[in-house]
Design a protein around this ligand. Structure first.
Ligand code: ATP
Ligand code: MG
Length: 231
């Protein structure tokens, strides 16, 4: 099977400092691919390079097409949609107005799919998005991204800053999406939950991939356990 996304020798620099030193990984259709690693490892830079919002060297192939260097709107049009961090929803617009942006002009009847998936958003649809809890805002961000009909969903730390119970809910949402066949690249510092969900996972350190395996393999790895799972 050819991977849906293939990243080869990705290099990113900020000014004089190179932050990614040749990152290579692949994501298969229908699978969850996790990138884990400590602060500053280069996880967000990797997603930003794929989304086209920062310049990068190297090769990025999506569905067999070379998309490296393409502008962000073209990447979205190709089907790669990044879920911004929860707090990047438009706080002074209503929940429904936020969702409508995901439709990008398609008929608003399609909002029904988002409300079926997230009934809480239907209940809260007339509220300002800024009035939602952190977990609800994260769901709104995911729902909006899904309305753009992604073929690949990029998620950067969807559980960041959320209370443990809410983190659990967010990961249950991601598990649902996985069961529905949504292809995801998931960046997380919550390595335990990310590895449990992931089909394949890559460990990043200081701008490099230092290890990869199935989620299960990395969960059983002593070095990974010591460094990233707190035991
Ligand atoms: N805009 C920027 N300008 C300069 N350096 C940056 C910029 N963004 C990131 N960096 C640096 O690039 C490296 C990788 O950062 P990146 O944010 O990609 O890591 P990360 O794995 O997402 O970290 P975190 O877990 O903290 O989100 C770090 O050394 C960081 O300081
Ligand atoms: Mg980051």
């Amino acid at each position: 099977m050819t991977p849906l996304l293939e990243v080869e020798e990705l290099r990113v620099r900020y000014g004089a400092v190179e932050a990614l030193h040749g990152v290579s990984f692949a994501a298969n259709a229908g699978e969850v691919t996790a990138l884990i690693g400590a602060n500053g490892a280069g996880k967000s830079s990797t997603l930003a390079a794929i989304s086209g919002v920062i310049p990068a060297r190297g090769r990025i192939r999506f569905d067999g097409r070379d998309i490296a260097g393409a502008p962000p709107y073209a990447i979205v049009r190709a089907g790669i949609v990044q879920v911004p961090e929860g707090r990047e929803i438009l706080a002074r617009m209503t929940v429904e107005e936020n969702l409508l942006m995901g439709l990008r002009g398609r008929d608003r009847s399609e909002l029904a799919s988002a409300y079926e998936r997230f009934p809480i958003l239907r209940e809260r649809r007339a509220l300002l998005a800024g009035a939602l809890s952190g977990g609800e805002q994260q769901m709104l961000a995911i729902a909006r991204a899904l309305l753009a009909r992604p073929r690949l969903l990029l998620l950067d730390e969807p559980s960041l800053g959320l209370a443990p119970l809410i983190v659990k809910q967010v990961f249950e949402t991601l598990a649902d999406l996985k069961r529905q066949g949504v292809t995801m690249v998931l960046v997380e510092q919550n390595a335990l939950r990310a590895l449990r969900l992931a089909d394949r996972a890559y460990v990043m350190d200081l701008g490099r991939i230092v290890m990869n395996g199935t989620g299960g393999e990395l969960l059983r790895d002593e070095g990974v356990a010591r460094t990233y799972l707190g035991g």
